[in-house]
Design a protein around this ligand. Structure first.
Ligand code: G3H
Ligand code: 13P
Ligand code: ZN
Length: 284
């Protein structure tokens, strides 16, 4: 199957009341694990690459690997740029075959975020590519912020409709209390804020920093309009755990296939688990 757009997957998710997992990749084994998990669960999946992943693996490799994986798969796969902050890089991804791109202007003043997002939406839609943007700031778990500071970082529902109407973006990442990476404490999601947001706009809502969010909270967020759930840290953890267990058992092992194979199996399991939480199993 050729790559599908994010919009196609998220529109279906909206109709069905579930969310599609967006899983970060850095190398071949991660891509294979995501697709194997999606196939085993008969689920659509979004494979996303950050700017760091593109720098590490190379843009052509990411597009080549994910396109090959999608072509051989029996479930729909989308290739998405995660947290693109550079206009030129976003355009390069569109030109090279990504079927969805995120422009993350969340650190910019609102009007600047709108202006660049709008330009990207215009170019992307002409190329048949979907778009995601962000308002509010999704921090890292290491960010040491007070309650007031945290509140100021969260997405202001008042700004949501203005942003969506003025950009025409296909999906919107919001800050509702999640953070990227490993949480020191269990996150406290602002469901009231999410409910206000979903009542104001029709676009699918995207949740970042979802690895450390308990399954029940993810399900509650999905019931309140979240249609794309981003997972990276859980995959990294499974990868490293798999590698470490081989090395611990066989410190002399030098065959990369024997080291990375079990890591790939461990990643398949965690991605399958997430897919079942998101309710996208059996939807493809
Ligand atoms: O949201 C960030 C993703 O986890 C990607 O992280 O920039 O280290 O590739 P990265
Ligand atoms: P986690 O690493 O916390 O799962 O976040 C992933 C993410 O939001 C990628 O954009
Ligand atoms: Zn993110």
């Amino acid at each position: 199957m050729s790559l599908v757009t994010g919009k196609e997957l998220l529109d279906e998710a909206k109709k069905g009341g579930y969310a599609v997992g967006a899983f970060n990749c850095n190398n071949m084994e991660i891509i294979q694990a995501i697709v194997a998990a999606a196939e085993a669960e008969k689920s659509p999946a979004i494979i996303q690459a950050s700017q760091g992943a593109i720098k590490y693996a190379g843009l052509d490799y990411i597009v080549g690997l994910v396109s090959t994986a999608a072509k051989n798969a029996h479930v729909p796969i989308c290739l998405h740029l995660d947290h693109g902050t550079d206009f030129e890089q976003v355009i390069r991804c569109i030109a090279k075959g990504f079927t969805s791109v995120m422009f993350d202007g969340s650190k910019l003043p609102m009007e600047e975020n709108i202006a660049i997002t709008k330009q990207i939406v215009r170019i992307a839609s002409a190329a048949g590519v979907s778009t995601e943007a962000e308002i509010g700031k999704i921090g890292g778990t290491e960010d040491d912020v007070s309650v007031d500071e945290r509140d100021a970082m969260l997405t202001d529902p008042e700004e949501v409709k203005y942003f969506v109407d003025n950009t025409g973006v296909d999906s919107l990442a919001v800050a509702i209390g999640t953070a990227h990476g490993r949480y020191k404490f269990e996150p406290k999601l602002d469901f009231e804020r999410l409910d206000k947001i979903q009542k104001l706009v029709d676009v699918p809502i995207v949740m970042h920093g979802s690895s450390g969010v308990p399954g029940d909270d993810i399900k509650r967020a999905i019931a309140l309009g979240v249609r794309k759930v981003n997972i990276d840290t859980n995959i990294r953890e499974a990868f490293v755990k798999g590698v470490k267990s081989v090395i611990a058992k066989s410190p002399q092992e030098i065959d990369p296939r024997k080291i990375l194979g079990p890591a790939r199996e461990a990643m398949i399991e965690i991605v399958r688990e997430k897919i079942r939480i998101f309710g996208s199993n059996g939807r493809a």
